[in-house]
Ligand binder design. Structure first.
Ligand SMILES: [Zn+2]
Length: 426
C-alpha cells in the first residue's frame, strides 16, 4: 500500500468497518503514517493565523468597537484517532487553537456556528438557568458532491472523479456563484443586494464547498436559509419518478433562464452529451426518453434509434444527431400546443443543474469541514474550469515538496557559503 492509498483511504475506513483484523492492521499503518504527516502539515503549513483572521471578521482586538468574545464563541469540531469525534470546542486566540491542533493532530477539523455564549461552557450556562445557548451567526454554506451525479455520469461512480465528469462540479460553481452575486432575484429574502464575499473550496472528498461570508449572509435565520436552499432546489431526482426536475410556472424564472442559456445548455450540448456518451446504448437513451411525457414521441424516437447501428461518422456527430432528432420531435409544429418544449429544458436541467446537499445549507448549527484541512484547497470561481481535482495536492505530496524545497534551500545556502568563502580567500 502506498502512502497515498493510506491517506486517501482514511475517510472510507472511518465509515466502513468490513474486516476487523484488516481494519486494525490498516489503522496501525494509518496511525503511524498520518501522525507523522499530520504533525508536519499542521506544524509547517496549516494557516491558523489566516483562519483566525477570517473567522474574526475584524473582531480581532485591534479596533475600538470590536467584539473581543467573537472568535471564542465559534464552534470547532475535531475528528481524532479511533473515530473519536469532539464537538463544541472553542478557543480564545489563534495560539490556543494552534496548540490544540498540534497536540491532538486531528484527521478532520470542522467549523460550526458562532453561538450566543462560549460553546465549551454551554453546560455551565444551562445550569445557571439562563438557557441562552443558541447559534447567532453562521456563514451561508453549500455542499455539492460528485457522487450525487452517479445517474448521469458513466466514467466514474462513488467517490471517483476524472476530467470527464468533474466539469459537472465546475458548472455548478458557475451557476451558484453567479446567482449569489446577483441575489437581487430573491427580493423577499435579501432585499436588493448580492453577496460578495464568497469562498469556494475543493472539499477533499470529491466535491465542493461554498462559504458565503458577508455579514448579511452570516445573520440569516434558519428560515431564510431554508428559503434560499429551496430557491436553488430545482433538481429533485428520485428513483421512483421520471420527473427529476421541477420547473414551476409558465415561464422559467429569470435566474434559471440565465443559467440555462449561458451555462447549462452549452455545457450539455457541447460537452456532456459526448463526454458521457449519453445516446450510445439503449440503457442510456432510455433514461432520456423516460423524461418525455408523450409516449408516442418517445416510441417514435426509440424506433429510429433501436435498429440503427452506429453510423461511420464521428462520435460527436452521432450523439448530437440523436439530440437534434429529439429536439426536433419535441419542437415540431404538431406538438407545440402540448407544452412539450419545456421537456427539453427539463432534460438539460436534470443532467446538469447543481445538486445541493440541502440540510447543510438550511441549519446554522450544521458543521462543515474547514478549508485547508487535509487538504481543502480554494477554487477561483472565475477560473474554475482550470481546476483539476486529479492533481490536487495530497498531504504526502505537499510534505515532499516542502522537504525537497528545504533541502534545495540547504544546498543553495551551502553553495553560497562555499562561494563566499572562496571569494574571501581570494
Ligand atoms: Zn469521471
Amino acid at each position: 500500500m502506498t502512502r497515498e492509498e493510506v491517506e486517501n483511504g482514511t475517510d472510507d475506513m472511518l465509515i466502513d468497518g468490513s474486516d476487523e483484523q484488516q481494519r486494525q492492521d490498516v489503522n496501525a499503518v494509518r496511525h503511524e503514517v498520518n501522525a507523522n504527516y499530520l504533525k508536519s502539515y499542521y506544524g509547517k503549513l496549516f494557516p491558523v493565523a489566516d483562519i483566525h483572521k477570517w473567522l474574526s471578521y475584524g473582531n480581532d482586538g485591534k479596533h475600538p468597537r470590536c467584539d473581543e468574545s467573537y472568535f471564542g464563541r465559534r464552534e470547532f469540531s475535531f475528528t481524532l484517532e479511533n473515530d473519536v469525534y469532539l464537538r463544541f470546542r472553542s478557543y480564545n486566540s489563534p495560539s490556543e487553537l494552534e496548540k490544540y491542533i498540534n497536540d491532538s493532530l486531528p484527521f478532520q477539523i470542522d467549523i460550526g456556528a458562532v453561538y450566543s455564549v462560549d460553546p465549551s461552557k454551554r453546560f455551565a450556562y444551562a445550569q445557571s438557568g439562563d438557557n441562552v445557548f443558541i447559534p447567532v451567526e453562521r456563514e451561508l454554506v453549500f455542499d455539492m458532491d460528485i457522487s450525487d451525479y452517479d445517474d448521469v455520469r458513466y466514467c466514474c461512480s462513488g467517490a471517483d472523479v476524472c476530467l470527464e465528469c468533474w466539469p459537472l462540479m465546475t458548472i455548478s460553481i458557475k451557476v451558484i456563484d453567479t446567482s449569489l452575486r446577483d441575489f437581487v432575484l430573491i427580493v423577499s429574502i435579501t432585499d436588493d443586494f448580492g453577496f460578495n464575499h464568497i469562498l469556494w473550496v475543493y472539499s477533499g472528498c470529491h466535491g465542493v464547498h461554498c462559504w458565503v461570508c458577508d455579514a448579511k449572509a452570516r445573520r440569516l435565520s434558519n428560515e431564510q436559509r431554508g428559503a434560499i436552499a429551496d430557491y436553488f432546489h430545482v433538481y429533485k431526482g428520485s428513483e421512483n419518478s421520471n420527473k427529476k426536475v421541477y420547473l414551476p410556472g409558465p415561464a422559467l424564472h429569470p435566474f434559471l433562464t440565465t443559467s440555462y442559456t449561458n451555462v447549462l445548455k452549452p455545457f450539455f450540448e457541447e460537452k456532456l452529451i459526448c463526454s458521457q456518451n449519453l445516446f450510445s446504448t439503449e440503457e442510456r437513451y432510455e433514461k432520456i426518453l423516460e423524461m418525455i411525457p408523450d409516449e408516442s414521441i418517445a416510441s417514435e424516437l426509440r424506433g429510429k434509434w433501436q435498429d440503427k447501428k452506429r453510423p461511420p461518422n464521428s462520435k460527436e456527430d452521432f450523439h448530437i444527431h440523436r439530440w437534434e432528432q429529439l429536439k426536433n420531435s419535441l419542437q415540431s409544429g404538431k406538438h407545440l400546443a402540448t407544452g412539450l418544449r419545456r421537456c427539453i429544458e427539463e432534460i438539460v436541467f436534470a443532467y446538469t443543474y447543481p445538486r445541493l446537499d440541502m440540510e447543510v445549507s438550511k441549519h446554522m448549527n450544521h458543521l462543515l469541514k474547514a478549508p485547508f484541512c487535509r487538504v481543502c484547497v480554494p477554487i477561483d470561481p472565475n477560473r474554475c474550469e482550470e481546476f483539476d481535482p486529479t492533481t490536487v495536492p495530497t498531504l504526502s505530496r505537499l510534505l515532499e515538496e516542502l522537504n525537497s524545497g528545504a533541502s534545495q534551500m540547504q544546498i543553495d545556502s551551502e553553495n553560497k557559503l562555499k562561494h563566499d568563502a572562496k571569494s574571501k580567500l581570494g
